[in-house]
Design a protein around this ligand. Structure first.
Ligand code: IFM
Length: 460
């Protein structure tokens, strides 16, 4: 939590690693950092979301950074920035119940203004207006992976990550519209989601999902390539978006498990390329095992943990969680070189002789997303629009656990135990609140009205 707040406050603006001159508050990064502080400083999270929406352009895409002192923005033209806003706004509303926020007017950076909800919708429309020849969103100036920008750029470069991000954002909006009873908008979003579903075969490589199509129209992140055959993020986001079929999901995450898992966490791609060579699709300008070229890019690990939770493969999820947990490297300081109490941005991968060495500690999206992965998926306390899900999971060796989480002013005190200590099954057999049996796994907020503390008992 301390790291979440520090990262939220400073973004990647100024730190031991950044000078605060050439890099302002990043749209993409900060829109994700708010996820780690929604429940502790919701007003500040909301204000940051508004500050960021103010640098969105009326076409729907966003400038990539703004400078806090002047509020002036720069950069932009990327394919992903604007899409991050959907999940952050929806998570804020689920956490707080502040639906009025959707109707607040926020100016665009260039001209005009629109409600918060219209900002989100404009982002989706922008992405849908920039599809490449395979029908997949264009990568434009870049996507989440900064280092992918050397990919052959002439012609249509299409981003499969942004494709899954689009589907994920649309799925979030569908849930919101459903809750609001906004039928027409729901049908609009459903149409886009169905479009994405229809493109699933185009981005499937047989054992995993592709990462992109380059400017030649060639596949990136494919078994056909010599290096960088497999990328982590398109496997996890295929599942987060709900698009992948059951069979594809299992195959994709099995491929991750087979090729990408190191003692220090999951690597970003496999295999790392030995050097920069565009013709061989080695377009990431770092040495093997460094940063986006096959390091453990920590930010991506919580997405894999969430994906494994969604697949019900809890042991894999806990395994990945513990591999990256900073305190677990307390006795490996000579190798890791970074503080054993916060996440760092990246850890050198197996292709590097200094495998295990970390860099850029503190300011990383790992903090916020790991908090989501741990609290909402592993521990399973997940606020929704009309109630809070209580779906706790325990690691194999645990036979009980206790969680406290304040949701909308109510302190949930959750005791979890197994019916049979020798069973590691995570199916919920019984859920009671203040002695009352709950049907399903969601406690409606109406049951929490006027309650200060709720005693919840879960039997697995
Ligand atoms: O997603 C980016 C982030 O915006 C800045 N640091 C590196 C990440 C991965 O390339």
């Amino acid at each position: 939590q301390y790291q979440c707040k520090t990262t939220f406050d400073w973004s990647r603006f100024i730190s031991l690693y950044e000078r605060g001159i050439d890099r302002g508050i990043g749209y993409r990064d900060s829109m994700q950092d708010v996820l780690g502080v929604m429940h502790t400083v919701p007003e500040q999270a909301k204000n940051r979301i508004v500050e960021l929406l103010k640098v969105q352009l009326s076409a729907g895409d966003a400038k990539s950074v703004f400078y806090p002192a002047t509020k002036l923005a720069s950069g932009g033209g990327r394919s992903d920035d604007h899409l991050w806003a959907v999940f952050s706004v929806c998570t804020y509303i689920k956490e707080t119940g502040d639906f009025d926020f959707l109707d607040g007017q926020v100016p665009y950076y260039d001209c005009g203004e629109a409600t918060v909800l219209q900002h989100l919708e404009q982002g989706i429309k922008f992405t849908m207006s920039k599809l490449g020849k395979h029908g997949i969103p264009l990568m434009l100036g870049g996507d989440w992976n900064d280092s992918i920008s050397h990919i052959k750029r002439t012609g249509d470069v299409e981003s499969v990550f942004v494709f899954f991000q689009l589907a994920h954002a649309v799925k979030e909006l569908m849930e919101l519209y459903k809750y609001l009873g906004a039928d027409e908008k729901y049908s609009w979003a459903e149409g886009i989601y169905a479009y994405c579903k229809s493109k699933l075969d185009v981005v499937w490589d047989g054992e995993w999902f592709l990462r992109a199509f380059d400017g030649y129209g060639d596949k990136i992140g494919s078994k056909e390539n010599e290096y960088a055959k497999l990328f982590l993020n398109t496997q996890s986001w295929a599942i987060l978006s709900g698009l992948a079929s059951g069979e594809q999901s299992v195959k994709a995450m099995n491929s991750v498990k087979k090729y990408m898992v190191s003692d220090f966490g999951i690597e970003l791609l496999y295999p790392a390329a030995p050097g920069f060579d565009i013709e061989k699709k080695c377009f990431i300008a770092y040495s093997a095992g460094v940063r986006e070229n096959g390091a453990i890019f920590c930010h991506s690990n919580p997405w894999a943990i969430i994906a494994e939770c969604l697949l019900g493969r809890v042991e894999n999820a806990f395994d990945y969680y513990f591999r990256l947990l900073p305190s677990r490297r307390n006795d490996k300081a000579e190798i890791c070189k970074v503080e054993p109490y916060v996440y760092c941005q990246n850890i050198l991968g197996r292709a590097n002789s200094r495998h295990g060495e970390g860099a850029n500690s503190w300011l990383t999206g790992t903090a916020a997303w790991m908090f989501i992965a741990l609290s909402q998926y592993l521990f399973g306390i997940r606020p929704d629009y009309d109630g809070v899900y209580v779906e706790p999971h325990m690691a194999e060796s645990w036979d009980n656990m206790y969680i406290e989480r304040v949701v909308r002013g109510v302190r949930l005190k959750v005791k979890v135990r197994r019916t049979n200590a020798s069973e590691s099954n995570n199916d919920i057999k019984c859920l009671r609140m203040n002695g009352r049996q709950i049907g399903g796994t969601k406690i409606p907020y109406s049951m929490l009205d006027g309650v200060h503390e709720a005693y919840i008992e879960v039997i697995l």
